[in-house]
Design a protein around this ligand. Structure first.
Ligand code: ARG
Length: 475
């Protein structure tokens, strides 16, 4: 649990807590061990300090503290930031979370002025503010990583040219599709992930600072002032809601879960593609692993873990949903449980995106294997039926004619091509469709898998990617 290990249990050396005035004894070691969050909310230090800086400016602005006091606290906060950044900040046993630790140190450095930092503020609005600042930044980072993956997919689609492979339904060969089409299918799905993150951002980008513990304050604080200082798009409308909701975190977790699931699906395909049975792709040595026992093995561990870790991320989402269910207004300590799943999901998805991006960027496609798999004669069955349709045959009838020929061909007496050539309603023109590489060129409709629509899809995806990228890198 705590990185600081199990504290002594007799409570003899009282940790001086933020609430010590009301309490005669110090906290039990077991309480500290079970309830601390420092071990995981430490990483919020830049956001906690940023929130405190804004709060101090708000206190000065409202003439609750003097400008000199504000300067002293701000200087102490700067000092703490340096210590945190250098890793020299000395945590003590009573630091139950990052907010407590920063305030304690500010008070040590700034003296009496430091004791005014927490005026009009609760850890409830403070912690909520810190996570929102963190999330606002990290969601954009994960969106950038998505754009990196989309860029690789686009580049590989561009260089794939006319390469085609079987398209599958039910994991059974269905119709040939361009490799570019297949790669961009994942690109568009990832684009929706960015769209979802953008939409979530509207609900993340709201300042809860000024809500206090739950009900606001008797002090003349102006929540809109600190919201603007922190660059939030809006401030809260209701203090109970501000400290008592986590739907924006659940939503961010869903967004991350969907990315994880998309990575998992890509991973599953690459597990198949790199198998000897498919042989569609070969991994670069840097993105594959060996076996400790079997010398010949080259394993797609990144692809597998993209699949496996999606399960963890789903657990992060469902865990938080279960935590939230049934909590009355407003803040409940249960909400401290919002951070670990959020951090875990964010870290997992960001690392997964990087690994999958590198894996796809460096892999080699075995285009001969792909095309050979797509060139089975039966892959043109739909083209033959549609050829008949264009000559006035009702589709259901055309389907039956071609189906019968396929059945005969599969029985092994003659090839589908010969059967088509000799069929009275088909003939040599139709037989020309039953040749390697022809079928994929027949997919001409917008959004389809053939060279004509894929060429315009590449253009549209390039434009869409520019827009996604522009959002992730604001000026
Ligand atoms: N570490 C706590 C959290 O993350 C801070 C809030 C504690 N608030 C309280 N009233 N005990 O939720």
């Amino acid at each position: 649990m705590s990185e600081r290990g199990e504290p002594g249990s007799d409570g003899s050396e009282h940790a001086r807590t933020l609430w010590h005035g009301r309490f005669e004894g110090g906290p039990a070691a077991e309480l500290m061990a079970f309830t601390e969050s420092l071990s995981f909310d430490k990483r919020l230090w830049p956001d906690d300090i940023e929130g405190s800086r804004a709060h101090v400016r708000g206190l000065v602005n409202a003439s609750i503290i003097t400008a000199a006091e504000g300067d002293a606290i701000a200087a102490a906060l700067d000092h703490v930031a340096v210590e945190m950044g250098r890793g020299t900040f000395a945590f003590v046993e009573s630091d139950e979370d990052i907010h407590t630790a920063v305030e304690r140190r500010v008070t040590e450095i700034a003296g009496p002025a430091g004791g005014k930092l927490h005026t009009g503020r609760s850890r409830n609005d403070q912690a909520a503010t810190g996570v929102r600042l963190w999330l606002r930044r990290e969601l954009r980072v994960v969106a950038q990583r998505i754009v990196d993956l989309q860029t690789v997919l686009l580049n590989r689609a561009g260089e794939a040219g006319g390469t085609y492979l079987p398209g599958y339904t039910h994991l059974q060969r269905a119709q040939p599709v361009l490799l570019a089409h297949h790669l961009l299918a994942h690109g568009w799905a990832l684009g929706r992930d960015i769209d979802r993150i953008r939409d979530t951002m509207r609900r993340v980008d709201i300042s809860p600072l000024g809500a206090g513990a739950l009900a606001g304050s008797s002090l003349p604080l102006v929540p809109a002032f600190t919201a603007a200082e922190l660059g939030f798009a809006a401030t809260f409308e209701n203090s109970l809601d501000a400290v008592g909701s986590r739907d924006h975190i659940a939503e961010a977790l869903f967004d991350l879960t969907m990315v994880a699931i998309n990575l998992s699906r890509i991973g599953e395909e690459w597990v198949l593609w790199t198998s000897e049975e498919f042989g569609f792709a070969r991994l670069d040595d840097g993105y594959a692993t060996g076996s400790s026992m079997l010398p010949q093995k080259k394993n797609p561990d990144i692809a597998e873990l993209a699949r496996g870790k999606a399960g963890r991320v789903i657990g992060d989402l469902t865990g938080l949903l279960a935590t939230m269910k049934g909590l009355p207004l407003s803040y409940n300590r249960d909400y401290q449980e919002d951070k670990e799943p959020l951090f875990d999901a964010m870290d997992t998805v960001r690392l997964g995106l990087g690994a999958i991006t590198g894996m796809i960027a460096t892999a080699t496609f075995n285009t001969d294997r792909m095309q050979a798999a797509a060139d089975s004669e039966t892959g043109s069955a739909t083209d033959l039926a549609e050829w008949l349709v264009m000559r006035g045959v009702p589709f259901r009838e055309a389907h039956a004619i071609v189906g019968t020929l396929v059945r005969t061909a599969l029985a092994g007496t003659s090839s589908l091509r010969d059967l088509v050539r000799d069929h009275p309603q088909l003939g040599p023109d139709a037989a020309a469709l039953v040749a390697p590489g022809v079928s994929v060129t027949r997919r001409i409709t917008p959004g389809g898998a053939g060279p004509v629509p894929v060429a315009s899809q590449l253009t549209r995806f390039t434009e869409a990617l520019d827009a996604w990228r522009a959002w992730t890198t604001p000026s």
